[in-house]
Write a protein that binds this ligand. Structure first.
Ligand code: NAD
Ligand code: UD2
Length: 309
């Protein structure tokens, strides 16, 4: 049974490909289902004998059923991760971000696979966390189709847990960063954009005064957590925030990049983005209570890995 693969949906993407590397290093067999919409085969160790990439869509139930054959657990990470894309094309992104989750649940029920790790988002809280650390029981205020689909997916996973004995480990990621995060869109993660600009010397745009804060979490530590949740005997019910409970302003982020690289390009401040959240910070007590998370990568160390220093 230990040779049974772990399925990673969205495994060719930023987070999924790091998880694939980590599981391969642990001796696991890994199957990736990805439609390569934002993911890249080059992110994966394609010649590794224990890795198998299937190109396909989680919105296609047959495809998900086939991908799950013989697997022991699933990390369901496939989604259109751009909030802006969900605002512009809610019907299309709903196929990936919600129907995809239902297809995974149904295929698991049919095949008796129980453990699923799900990538939810701090987006489910909307503006509700202003100022203080956001705990999991904070009232939800999903403001975009992306956030609605993540929250609905969480509720369906909970239903399948109660009705069909699925064992979901639901994580609400705050701002994840690290190598392979795609900086190409203006809505890409701010660290991926700033790092790329800092390396190429192109000017950096800060929306607003730069005093807005985020809780940045390094991808290398995230995948340690995801592996624990995939392999643990038991996982807690209910969602778990993934953040450091540390507020870092964009101005502090820029200083940290300068500290690592020894330089910064020109910085321009423009008007804040409409609907931008001012402060976002995770109450991570549930995370620390249920998982052993080292939290050993302070921002400057994560940035050093990202910036190749
Ligand atoms: P990513 O875009 O790099 O990865 C998503 C992967 O899913 C890509 O490889 C893409 O090709 C694939 N995909 C998209 N739609 C698909 C479909 N219909 N069928 C099959 N594959 C599909 O983004 P990421 O940052 O690695 O995000 C991974 C997960 O984590 C997503 O569910 C995202 O919503 C969630 N998340 C990420 C963050 C973050 O800070 N990066 C924060 C909160 C939640
Ligand atoms: C993150 C997630 C989003 C959703 C949301 C929930 C990413 C990429 N986005 O949005 O999916 O889960 O959290 O709360 O992970 N900024 C600049 N200059 C730039 C780019 C960004 O100033 O070139 C600012 C931006 O206006 C914001 C901050 O940086 O104030 C962080 O932006 P982001 O897009 O990385 O992440 P966020 O928290 O808005």
């Amino acid at each position: 049974m230990t040779d049974a693969p772990i399925l990673i949906t969205g495994g060719a993407g930023f987070i999924g490909s790091h998880l694939a590397d980590r599981l391969l290093a642990a001796g696991c067999h890994v199957r990736v289902l990805d439609n390569l919409s934002t993911g890249k085969p080059d992110n994966l160790q394609l010649t590794h004998p224990r890795l198998h990439l299937l190109e396909g869509d989680v919105a296609d139930a047959t495809c998900v059923r086939q991908a799950l054959q013989g697997c022991r657990a699933v990390a369901h990470l496939a989604a259109v991760a751009s909030v802006q894309a969900s605002v512009e094309a809610p019907v299309a992104t709903h196929q990936s971000n919600f129907i995809g989750t239902l297809n995974v649940c149904e295929a698991m029920r049919e095949q008796g696979v129980r453990r699923v790790v799900f990538a939810s988002s701090a987006a489910v809280y909307g503006q509700n966390g202003e100022g203080q650390a956001i705990a999991e029981d904070t009232p939800k205020a999903p403001l975009t189709p992306y956030a609605v689909d993540k929250l609905a997916s969480e509720h369906y996973l909970d239903f399948y847990a109660r009705q069909h004995a699925l064992e979901p480990a639901i994580f609400r990621f705050f701002n994840i960063y690290g190598p392979r995060q795609d900086p190409s869109s203006p809505y890409s993660g701010v660290i991926s954009i700033f790092a790329e600009r800092a390396l190429s010397g192109r000017p950096i745009t800060v929306y607003g005064d730069g005093e807005q804060t985020r809780d940045f979490f390094y991808v290398g530590e995230l995948v340690e957590l995801l592996v624990q949740a995939l392999l643990a005997e038991q996982v807690p019910s209910g969602a778990v925030n993934v953040g450091r409970n540390q507020a870092v302003s964009l101005l502090q982020l820029l200083r940290a990049i300068e500290q690592v690289l020894g330089r910064l390009p020109a910085i321009t401040h423009v008007a804040p983005r409409s609907g931008d959240i001012r402060h976002s910070r995770a109450d991570n007590r549930r995370l620390l209570a249920h998982y052993s998370v080292p939290l050993e990568t302070p921002l400057v160390d994560g940035l050093a890995c990202l910036l190749g220093r």
